[in-house]
Design a protein around this ligand. Sequence first.
Ligand code: ATP
Ligand code: MG
Length: 259
Amino acid sequence: MGRIIAIANQKGGVGKTTTAVNLAAALALAEEPTLLLDLDPQANATRGVGLSREEGRPGTYEWLTGAAGDAEVVRPVSTERLSIIPADRNLVGLEVEMAQEEGREFLLRNRLERLRDAHRFILIDCPPSLGLLTLNGLAAADSVLIPVQCEYLALEGISEMMGTLDRIRAAVHPALEIEGILLTMFDERTNLARQVVEEVRNFFKEKVFDTIIPRNVRLSEAPSFGQPIMLYDVRSKGSEAYLALAVEVLRHEQAKSPR
Ligand code: ATP
Ligand code: MG
């Protein structure tokens, strides 16, 4: 049975999508069948794996509303063993349309149950808000991976996110686990970044991944070529870091359920 990991942080621009795309690709390259689900109307993960949102094919919105079936929305990409359910701007509408619907926070959970067996990992790229979409992502996930930028007030940001997760556990999903806190955009030249790493590690201990994602220009270039970093520049620091993160995620998994 596959593991469903939501990549979430209510703060914008912290590296959620970069992590979703590149961790998914790294897991697929480690021969684990992986599905990336784009749950953000900005559709950055969709474009990050080389699909355009202009092409008018059904995606997350049509799938969640029942207008399209699994086979119509799960799309292969150029990385072997990686597929994506793409998003489109129309996903914005879901929040409004479903606002009064009974069971609206479990739409995604119900839909994903059928896809779980066909994949080893399902990664969900959540939008930077705490609306119905993110709530669906967290309700459907086994665990949440929280990317955090190595910058001023990082601790406060994580604490806020932890409070949110407590409320979500109380309201919809008591078993929701923390996959880990991932420090991103680390710049080793600044004292501040090093202090942030130390503070976050002291406070959140083993919840923090050993792998730190460096600030790396290749990571910011890759999406405009529609490629995960391992296809765009496998030797870059960014690629090395996301491959190391995949190894760590796999190690966590194997410790829990030896195969
Ligand atoms: P949003 O909240 O809008 O969804 P996000 O949390 O998904 O944003 P990303 O889109 O992954 O964040 O990253 C924000 C910007 O920072 C992007 O332009 C991305 O290319 C860049 N970026 C992310 N991680 C790195 C990194 N490690 N090094 C350099 N640039 C990065
Ligand atoms: Mg994003």
